[in-house]
Design a protein around this ligand. Structure first.
Ligand code: BES
Ligand code: MN
Ligand code: MN
Length: 463
């Protein structure tokens, strides 16, 4: 690949200014108050793909937020790579924990990013990462070096479960036909330790509601004589893990893929410092399922976590009250070969079964998806590996991630192609948290590495 480094160097400031403009638009898909901004972001993305030299740029309407499609087909005999990303972002709250406003991007230096990092919601997840692909294709088209066909599909509902994308993929199989899917929406082990994500966990997300008496009650007059929904809910939630931190839902582990001793030994070779891990989070000890390491607990093992819990009086001062209702939002991270719909059903049945008399329980499923794993002997993996070797001077380490991109399993089912996850974020980039950021080093390194993936994928495929 000729001249990628000088190209990046010559256009460095523009590449930065463009991503900053994109990050200024609050494309929060979960909050309907931001509908206009999400739609504005879709326009921005489609314009940026046009400017980068793509053809057939389309803002595809859906029942939810639009999906941006674009392509550059140079020769139908050459392989086709489909790039996926998302332009929506997570809500930025709690706002008071941000050092600078989430939609006013600033560049600041950190210990890990002495070159500077862009601080803004979406900088790493996923605007900064999919935009690397827009800049990579700009370079390839403008210097006449595109080695294969490329298609783009950038959606606006990833953070709320990719509801419209599933139908779009099913209905547009020809349009989206490809040899491999390429995504930058994950992380790497460290700045100097490149890695390729070979697995994603599945997800089942549910909301529960426990109802006791038909109205809020005086906690003196009625306390002790009726079921308090908050007491009951917390007790029920506590019972979902046993003393070894195994999940107690009957059947939950039935289909869990058990890794062999060799596979676990291979995993344990990845560089990891428990001391650094604890220090970064200010915790004295880690916590989790007995007989598994930290890296296993957050990647190859299924989990259950309360994401939010509320009910009763939470305002200033004290109010003596037994609330009529209590609520919680619960996520279960799943692994191969658990089925998310089956797990959702198991949860529902179990949670209703453990409810004591005196309360009623409602379980509402939100969204979910299957886990995903990809082999390391595919052409796609090898091409990615070679690309990193060129730009980092090191062979990347395959690593299963604990996060979820539920649509990836669906891509495999509907489009019959594997996904290569070339993520450039770091765990410390604080995605979904206050002060999310993305290192400039990582941003430019991504732009440098992506074109090489196209080159090696085409070479290996045409062999
Ligand atoms: N990009 C993340 C997922 C991710 C991050 C995977 C880092 C691996 C490493 C994605 O945007 C995300 O946040 N997914 C959600 C699930 C979705 C259905 C809301 C998640 O994992 O919580
Ligand atoms: Mn993401
Ligand atoms: Mn996300």
């Amino acid at each position: 690949m000729q001249g990628i480094k000088p190209y990046i160097n010559n256009h460095k400031d523009r590449f930065l200014n463009e991503i900053i403009e994109l990050l200024k638009i609050p494309s929060i898909s979960a909050d309907s108050a931001y509908k206009k901004d999400v739609l504005l972001t879709a326009e921005f993305v489609s314009e940026s793909l046009k400017k980068a030299g793509c053809d057939n740029v389309e803002i595809c309407k859906t029942e939810g937020y639009p999906i941006i499609y674009a392509d550059k087909i140079i020769d139908t005999n050459l392989p086709t790579v489909l790039v996926y990303g998302h332009y929506d972002v997570q809500p930025p709250d709690p706002l008071n924990l941000w050092d600078s406003p989430p939609f006013e991007p600033v560049i600041k230096k950190t210990d890990l990013h002495p070159e500077g990092a862009i601080f803004a919601r979406g900088s790493c997840d996923d605007k900064g990462q999919f935009y690397m692909h827009v800049k990579a294709i700009e370079f390839l088209i403008s210097t006449n070096q595109l080695p294969c066909n490329v298609k783009f599909m950038i959606e606006g509902e990833e953070e709320v479960g990719s509801t419209s994308l599933a139908g779009f993929v099913k209905n547009n199989q020809d349009k989206l036909a490809n040899d491999v899917i390429l995504i930058s929406d994950t992380g790497m082990i460290a700045k100097d330790v490149p890695s390729i994500t070979t697995g994603l966990r599945g997800l089942s997300y549910v909301e529960v509601e426990v109802t006791g008496p038909n109205r809020d009650l005086h906690s003196g007059l009625y306390g002790g004589a009726v079921a308090n929904p908050i007491n009951v809910l917390t007790k029920m939630i506590a019972s979902l893990h046993d003393e070894n931190n195994h999940i107690t839902i009957p059947g939950f582990y039935d289909k869990v893929e058990e890794l062999s001793t060799e596979e676990r030994a291979e995993m344990a070779k990845a560089p990891f410092s428990l001391e650094d891990y604890k220090k970064a989070l200010d915790i004295e000890a880690v916590y989790g399922e007995k007989s598994y390491t930290t890296n296993e607990r957050n990647s190859i093992r299924p989990t259950l976590d309360v994401n939010g819990i509320w009910g009763g009086y939470t305002g200033e001062g004290a109010k003596t009250v037994i609330a009529s209702k209590a609520y919680a939002k619960i996520s279960m991270r799943l692994v191969p070969d658990q089925d998310w719909l089956e797990i959702t059903d198991l949860f529902k049945t179990h949670f209703k079964n453990i409810a004591p008399k005196g309360v009623t329980v409602k379980v509402t499923p939100h969204h979910g998806g299957q886990a995903y794993v990809t082999p390391i002997d595919s052409i796609g993996y090898k091409a990615a590996s070679k690309a990193y070797e060129d730009t980092f001077g090191k062979t990347p380490i395959p690593q299963r991630s604990g996060g979820s991109i539920p649509i990836v399993a669906l891509f495999e089912k509907e489009l019959k192609s594997k996904t290569i996850l070339m993520g450039f974020g770091l765990d410390s980039d604080a995605i979904h948290s206050p002060n999310e950021h993305f290192g400039l080093f990582n941003y430019y390194k991504g732009i440098e590495t992506i074109p090489l993936f196209y080159k090696y994928f085409t070479e290996l495929k045409m062999k």
